[in-house]
Design a protein around this ligand. Structure first.
Ligand SMILES: Cc1ncc(C[n+]2csc(CCOP(=O)(O)OP(=O)(O)O)c2C)c(N)n1
Ligand SMILES: [Mg+2]
Length: 663
């Protein structure tokens, strides 16, 4: 079956539309019935959620959108919509069977797929987190002169989450024409809508965003199609988002294992009067089509389904080599960019200079964050950039870290290279799903790069207490697919930001706030060779002990070693993920002693990981047990007298090292 038919702004008349729509709906229904059967026969595994009952909404909502041009994220009941947007029945089945021909190569299963290259973003399980990616993707495409529109699909349950609000809010403020389509099928798993929300209609929420909204019958495929086309006309005219609530059905349980005993017989009987496939069939006949034509569509589809199932069972299981790797996108072979040098630069100014350099040299670079515009950001790291590059490249965003991150991820798919500033590293926890689970796995799941640079002003020592003093490098290292860099000098800062920016993966750069204000500046000499950046940094060479520090603890470690007066190898691991401390391991082979100094608590930081890697690699070379100097496992206390006791200091480090090197 061909996916070619008129797309928006072209519109099909009702009589042209109905046979095409019915065919998609019937195909979807028959394929999903097969999937259910294949699940019972154990060819299909995992959570199988079916779109049976949702076909009218899935087909009607998707047919106007333009594959490869508009930006979409579909949901778990949208089997039919994937096909109207160009996915073949064969590849859909292979995805469920997770065989070698599956579009995700077996890396993901069932509903977790899409085509990022075609702007059909692959959904993650976490409901509502795809909405902001559509907003960002649509925004970025339009910034690059396209007339892209967005389709962000969500269920009645998913509409309760914060990111639903955050995403519509950002789209309204930034005027991004995304259709937020709510598939209200009366249940979220087993939870009825009366326990989900208290407003009359979910589209009533539109007023709160200053946009339009409408609720329609989602079981009438023509009504859905006509309403979506009308909404797209409205969005094109106003450039505003729109909420369309489709009252649809879920005729099966939440997933194949759920018998939906919580649905009453009366409810089900009422639903059956609105069963969408039957309604579409009746509409076709009422429109004057002969029964023979409808039967002909059905027979053709049934034959296609049989043949597709037969073929989809043939491919082998995925190549075992696929199980590992493919986590990081490979950087370009030639990694050079414009050289840069500056004299007597402070750590903080290095941040500003690097961002200025990127904005000046890369038209795709765009900064996003809180108060980074005219105010220049909380720590003034973006000072002057708004005046120089304007509101669309230095973007003050609403206070919504999770959706900002999703927005940036989406924007990274349609031509932008976003740089996100978190006001404090602590607030990055708001984006655990978006960074750790969505961005970090994006390349693995979709095969498309996700170039995102994330800046985290972090660390304590300036009396800001438990909520503004964290580093979080340990937390972020626990997620696959993220690269982490922790620079210590202005030169390292410049290199980290530039290399992180040009890397095809999400990169996070830790900026210690105490170092922002460090008294003396130093020169930056960057020769433009990015391949040299990703390595440990060494500040002193010696034989007595290997000393490792991160962030502001390097100042402490350097001062301690200086006062001790011995001969030390002193390193910053610099690249905290992927962590490959080769030079450090070599050093310990030589010194036989290791002291790691970190500001994070013993549990939260990466010191234990470094020690464990060293022990595994060169246990027999160790003359003494390695030592970790860290903060205690407690929140950062506020009062300066308490914080001083909490943070590792020079005397503690001196004592530990002298015990290590003593006999
Ligand atoms: C954030 C989050 N919490 C819980 C789940 C588990 N879960 C998967 S689907 C689902 C129900 C979703 O209901 P709704 O949004 O109404 O969509 P529907 O399944 O009805 O299409 C739940 C609770 C999830 N995927 N994401
Ligand atoms: Mg629901």
């Amino acid at each position: 079956m061909s996916a070619a038919f008129t797309r928006y702004p072209g519109k099909l008349g009702r009589n042209e539309f109905l046979p095409v729509a019915y065919r998609w709906m019937y195909l979807s229904r028959k394929l999903e019935e097969k999937i259910s059967e294949l699940y019972k026969k154990r060819y299909v595994k995992g959570t199988v959620t079916l779109g049976i009952g949702n076909e009218a909404t899935a087909v009607g909502m998707s047919m106007p959108f333009r594959p490869g041009k508009d930006v979409l994220s579909l949901m778990q009941r949208d089997f039919a919509a994937h096909m109207t947007m160009g996915e073949t029945p064969y590849s859909m089945l292979c995805q469920y069977i997770a065989n070698a021909d599956s579009p995700t190569h077996g890396r993901e299963g069932n509903v977790h797929h899409g085509n990022a290259h075609e702007r059909r973003f692959p959904m993650i399980s976490h409901l509502s987190n795809m909405l902001s990616t559509v907003v960002g993707g649509t925004w970025s495409a339009r910034q690059h002169g396209e007339d892209a529109l967005g389709l962000a699909v969500i269920g009645d349950g998913g509409s309760s989450k914060g990111e639903f609000h955050e995403s519509i809010n950002i789209a309204s403020v930034r005027k991004v024409p995304v259709l937020f389509l709510i598939q209200n099928n009366h249940y979220s798993y087993s939870t009825p809508t009366r326990l989900q929300y208290a407003c009359r209609k979910l589209s009533d929420r539109a007023a709160g965003y200053g946009i339009k909204g409408r609720t329609i019958d989602g079981t009438d495929v023509w009504e859905v199609y006509a309403a979506v086309c009308a909404a797209l006309d409205e969005m094109t005219a106003t450039s505003l988002p729109y909420i369309l609530e489709c009252m649809t059905l879920r005729l099966e349980g939440h997933a194949v294992y759920d018998k939906a005993e919580y649905v009453t017989k009366e409810e089900r009987d009422e639903w059956l009067t609105r069963e969408p496939l039957m309604r579409a069939r009746r509409a076709l006949l009422d429109a004057g089509n002969a029964e023979a034509l409808v039967v002909d569509i059905e027979r053709q589809v049934e034959a296609e389904v049989e043949e597709t199932v037969r073929k989809a069972l043939l491919p082998p299981r995925p190549d075992p080599a696929i199980a590992v790797g493919h986590v990081f996108a490979e950087p370009a072979k030639v990694q050079t960019c414009k050289p840069f040098s500056a004299q007597k630069v402070k750590y903080l100014s290095a941040v500003t200079l690097a961002q200025d350099y990127l904005l000046a040299n890369e038209p795709s670079a765009v900064l996003m964050g809180l108060d980074i515009g005219p105010y220049g950001s909380a720590f003034k790291t973006c000072k002057g950039l708004f005046d120089k590059y304007g509101k669309d490249r230095v973007m003050d965003m609403p206070l919504a870290e999770s959706a900002i991150t999703g927005f940036a991820l989406g924007a990274s798919q349609t031509g932008s290279r976003p740089i996100i500033e978190f006001q404090f590293a602590d607030f990055s926890t708001e984006s655990v799903t978006q960074l750790g689970l969505n961005s970090g796995t994006w390349y693995f799941r979709s095969g498309k790069e996700a170039p995102l640079l994330v800046r985290l002003p972090c660390g304590g020592g300036i009396t800001l207490g438990a909520f503004h003093s964290g580093e979080f490098e340990g937390l972020w290292s626990r997620f696959c697919g993220l690269k982490l860099l922790y620079p210590f000098t202005p030169q390292e800062m410049f290199e980290a930001l530039v290399a992180g920016f040009y890397d095809p993966n999400p990169c996070m750069v830790f900026e210690h706030k105490l170092l922002y204000g460090s008294a003396k500046g130093s020169d930056i000499n960057f020769d433009g060779d990015l391949s040299k950046v990703w390595k440990e940094r060494q500040y002193a060479a010696g034989t007595d002990c290997t000393v490792i520090g991160t962030g502001a603890m390097l100042d402490v470690a350097l001062a301690a070693c200086k006062e001790l007066g011995g001969s030390f190898d002193i390193f910053n691991p610099f690249v905290l993920n992927p962590l490959r401390p080769l030079q450090i391991i070599e050093s310990v082979r030589k010194t036989g002693r290791l002291c790691v100094v970190q500001e994070s608590t013993a549990t939260a930081g990466l010191g234990d990981r470094i020690i464990s890697m060293v022990c595994r690699e060169c246990f027999s070379c160790l003359k003494k047990a390695p030592v970790l100097v860290s903060a205690p496992d407690a929140p950062v206390p506020f009062a300066s007298e308490l914080e001083v006791l909490y943070r590792p200091d020079k005397d503690r480090v001196k004592l530990v090292i002298s015990q290590l090197i003593g006999d």
